[in-house]
Design a protein around this ligand. Structure first.
Ligand SMILES: [Zn+2]
Length: 310
């Protein structure tokens, strides 16, 4: 009944009743996980969309005009920071011709602010041989606790841009913490038998996840972030896995499945396709369901009972 009355009011009074002018923030992000956090924190006051899809490599997104157009009316842009989007965002942002979201304005957010960054380079920053992690590891969104830092950061940004709804943003960020902490307790339990278990990943993107859940990163199918494996690297990696008894290789939908399967096969293990970003696999519709799927796949593969593709 209530919704019928609301519908009638909206129908009679038009868009003014549906959305008071200035109350909504249009948020765009460079990563699906950040859009998921922005939606949760923004609640009914915010719409959020990601430029990179969950099944695309967040390092390498084609800087198409359609992306520039998608953010031309955005109030806020949330970059992952640490150069995860460094190869394409510097083309897309100016291309949008939207002055509100350019770096240096209050509509531009670097979501890596406040994160304890792993693998920070010491000395001079090097992009030697095309390394795509020059400022440290940018895949911090694979630790659920880091997303709580992002949630509070975004609540602050939204509150400054839309002070009338500041109490809602703060309450939503708190609710995000509570939901994430309850979920983390569940994931910890699923992973607790695998403390110290070694895994191989295609890309160097599991460091934060491994720290959180006590996994050991044995090696990567890519010799360096962003560099495809040579046949020799595959042979050497498989051989050392075999000697050390490492059985699990994980890769994302946007990476070379053949190389990962080849390594796993030669090592006598399994290769498992997992989503590290929201939307990367069916059912990963928000950050919570993404971790649900990721933790289940990994726990399954490490138990030796399921999740393999060999
Ligand atoms: Zn990376």
């Amino acid at each position: 009944m209530k919704s019928l009355i609301r519908f009638m009011l909206v129908w009679m009074l038009g868009p003014l009743a549906a959305a008071p002018a200035g109350a909504d923030l249009k948020v765009a992000t460079s990563l699906t996980d950040l859009a998921s956090v922005a939606s949760f924190v923004g609640g009914k006051h915010v719409t959020a969309q990601s430029l990179c899809r969950g099944y695309e490599d967040p390092h390498f997104v084609p800087a198409k005009p359609s992306l520039m157009k998608a953010i031309q009316h955005a109030n806020v842009f949330v970059s992952t920071g640490l150069e995860l989007d460094g190869g394409w965002l510097p083309l897309v942002l100016p291309g949008s011709r939207n002055p509100r979201i350019q770096p240096g304005t209050k509509g531009f957010v670097d979501a890596s602010q406040g994160i304890d960054v792993l693998e920070k380079p010491v000395g001079t920053v090097s992009r030697a041989e095309g390394d795509v992690h020059p400022l440290g590891n940018p895949h911090y969104y694979l630790d659920p606790k880091n997303l709580e830092i992002v949630a509070h950061h975004l609540a602050g940004v939204f509150s400054r841009l839309d002070p009338a709804n500041a109490a809602d943003y703060a309450a939503n960020a708190k609710a995000f913490d509570e939901k994430m902490d309850a979920s983390l307790a569940k994931w910890d339990k699923q992973m607790e038998s695998y403390k110290g278990a070694p895994i191989v990943t295609y890309h160097r993107n599991f460091d934060y996840f491994a720290d959180r859940f006590g996994l050991k990163l044995f090696g990567t199918v890519e010799p360096k972030p962003g560099i495809p494996p040579s046949p020799r690297h595959i042979t050497e990696l498989a051989e050392s896995m075999k000697q050390a008894g490492v059985k699990v290789v994980v890769y994302q939908p946007y990476y070379n499945a053949d190389a990962s399967k080849e390594v796993a096969k030669r090592a006598g293990g399994v290769a498992v396709e997992v989503a590290t970003e929201v939307g990367g696999m069916p059912g990963t519709t928000d950050v919570f369901s993404k971790f649900d799927a990721l933790v289940s796949s990994l726990a399954g593969a490490l138990s030796g009972k399921s999740g393999g593709q060999q």
